[in-house]
Ligand binder design. Structure first.
Ligand SMILES: [Zn+2]
Length: 244
């Protein structure tokens, strides 16, 4: 067993203890079903021994993330009496906004060394590391363009150029760009609606739960949180209109 395996087992046992403690010390509704589900998924995914990274993988990939993070905070409080506050400084930022911070720390030269692709690792003989047409590749290029960082990306590492070679791509390769554009169209309808605050929850009912949780967590009114969400959609639509 490697040192890494030993570490993961140790952390996994600690998380199992937290889960069992939470179950024994508090009714489930006090801890929150979301936290229990989150930890249970992590247990199943890792064969019974969740590591910390595994749990946050689950949290990151599941929506609504904010609700699960808040549930995890409650779980730690109930099980271990730990006052852990999980902050997300990028909560109301687009990926393009987040990429702008790369320039602010003068790390532009590292952009070409990074990989963001659903098919990673491609292991192609020509050295391409990005398929170029999955949603992750599309959003990566959109965000880097929006942040003014496209010149720092390594374009030779894209197997397909969804922007430059669109007409030559086959239907499968065009599928995800259609999905992204369809989503942008949905967001555009919301932000242009006469009542965008109602339209956003009508289109995405789960966001209402997220909004309620954020309102309690951040101490802001529900209407302010809704305004932030609509502003976020507007910013994303503007990026897509300009750069996609
Ligand atoms: Zn890709």
């Amino acid at each position: 067993m490697t040192e890494r395996d030993k570490y993961e087992r140790k952390v996994g046992r600690q998380w199992e203890d937290v889960l069992n403690l939470a179950r024994s010390q508090a009714p489930l509704d006090e801890v929150g079903d979301e936290a229990i589900q989150c930890l249970t998924k992590a247990l199943n995914k890792t064969g019974g021994l969740p590591c910390l990274e595994g749990i946050f993988d689950i949290v990151e990939s599941a929506a609504p993330t904010t609700v699960q993070l808040a549930a995890l905070e409650r779980l730690l409080k109930v099980a271990l009496d730990v006052d852990l506050r999980i902050e997300n400084p990028c909560l109301f930022m687009t990926k393009g906004d987040m990429c702008k911070s790369i320039a602010s720390i003068k790390a532009e030269d590292s952009v070409g060394d990074t990989v963001t692709c659903d098919s990673f690792p491609l292991r192609l003989p020509n050295g391409a590391t990005h398929c170029g047409h999955c949603t992750s590749c599309i959003l990566r290029r959109l965000s880097l363009r929006a942040a003014g960082l496209a010149p720092f990306d390594n374009h030779a590492k894209y197997q397909h150029d969804i922007f430059g070679e669109y007409q030559r791509l086959n239907q499968r390769s065009k599928f995800d760009i259609h999905l992204v554009r369809q989503q942008v169209w949905t967001f555009t309808k919301i932000v242009n609606d006469e009542y965008p605050d109602a339209a956003v929850y009508s289109q995405f009912p789960d966001l209402y739960m997220t909004s309620t949780e954020l309102s309690a967590k951040l101490g802001e009114s529900s209407s302010d949180i809704t305004e932030h969400l609509v502003d976020l959609l507007s910013a994303y639509v503007a990026e897509c209109d300009q750069y996609l």
